[in-house]
Design a protein around this ligand. Sequence first.
Ligand code: HEM
Length: 450
Amino acid sequence: MARTPPDGTLPKATVQETISIFSAVLIPTLAKGAIIRRPKVVGMSERLGLDRRAVRRLQKLSETYGDGPLLLRTPYKTMALVLNPDHVHRVLEETPEPFATDERTKRSALAHFEPEVALISRGGERAERRRFNEAVLDMGHAVHCMADRFLPVVDQEAQALLKNVQERGGMLDWDRFIETWFRIVRRVVLGDSARDDHELTTLLGDLRADANWGFARPKRKQLKERFFERLHSHLGRAEPGSLAALMANTRSNEKTAPANQVPQWLFAFDPAGMATFRALGLLAAHRDHIERARAEIASDKATLHPELNFLRACVLESLRLWPTSPMILRESTEPTHWAAGAMPAGTSILVFAPYFHRDDRHLDYADRFSPELWLEPRDAKDWPLVPFSGGSGICPGRHLVMLLTSTLLARLIEHRDVRLEPPHRLDASQPMPALLDNYTLRFRLGEARD
Ligand code: HEM
């Protein structure tokens, strides 16, 4: 039974419960790296099953406190945990007022490398920056308006990768994959001239590593200046066929801060690579699904820009099973009222996506690879599956992500036999693991198939 305090505020976790939430949920999630992953910690989390422990901890709390939201007793800010599916929809639908995206932990992290990005802006600035992002990322369309320029980039880089893998004995590992992926990303965002600018990605990686520590690590002004200098030199070319060119032709004003939106794009394509590699693992382990994907590729061959809906669904499933943005954070801008009581203004609100995505008390597919889930439209009446968030703060890059990732997967699987190495790394007859360490995934790519 929920314990509602006599003062009418939401139920509060005890000090002991708060400590256990920190140790089972927040600390392990942050230790993996919120802004850039720490591969060793990801590997350890998979081995120790820490992500399953986090979901179990929240399930237990919801049995004690019912619907919540549940307030946590932290010394430096009020936090609320969302435990009820309808509350997830409410928080996401009522963004940015009264639930602002620029929650303070997020603000202190992202300010290291993108202080004026939409996600940590408010009011008129946020509205303008969001509009700019939606326009350049062509959020309203499943197939980006520049697909005819982007898809050949994916094809070329995939062919180069396959050739390289074949020459080196047929083994595809993370390092080789991610190198290709970042080449695609730099060409799409900044143009072909940026293809081999690994330094730009490295500089951003260093800034993101600082951002993992939020306010606990001082900002490195010189590093940021070096990164932005390099970024500006790419953006200045506005190379035809890139998002940079589209940016140059998109209306902006004194509030937009166009260049400050770009680190978010470059940074967020990193988890898209992780999701793609894991989706390849899912397909390699589920032979009937990989055949279905190949059939889709073959039947869409005649289409100019195939949507590849089944492969998109596979990427979405990879993100449901292993969300790359597990913590969706909001901050309440005014007092709000819930069935269980009042939430004060200035509360940090946490939607922990894995708790909803993997809730085996309510979802028979919780631990199964079920891409078909994503083939039907979903809305706010459905169970919240929110890899890209939802409501007015939904990721404006999601269709572009789906377009590029599904096309890359298509090129990798269509003519190759793809096997996990070792084969038992992911077993379709078993529940899908709570975490899949993408850094240690390896595939043997067989000879070309017809
Ligand atoms: C697998 C890849 C990605 C995932 C899972 C993802 C997920 C998300 C999520 C959950 C949010 C909301 C964050 C929050 O409310 O705190 C978000 C916001 C955002 N994403 Fe993505 N994203 C991905 C890739 C991308 C890419 C590649 C771009 C750009 C090319 C992008 C652009 C943005 C922007 C601009 C926002 C901020 C939106 C706002 O302020 O309203 N994302 N993304």
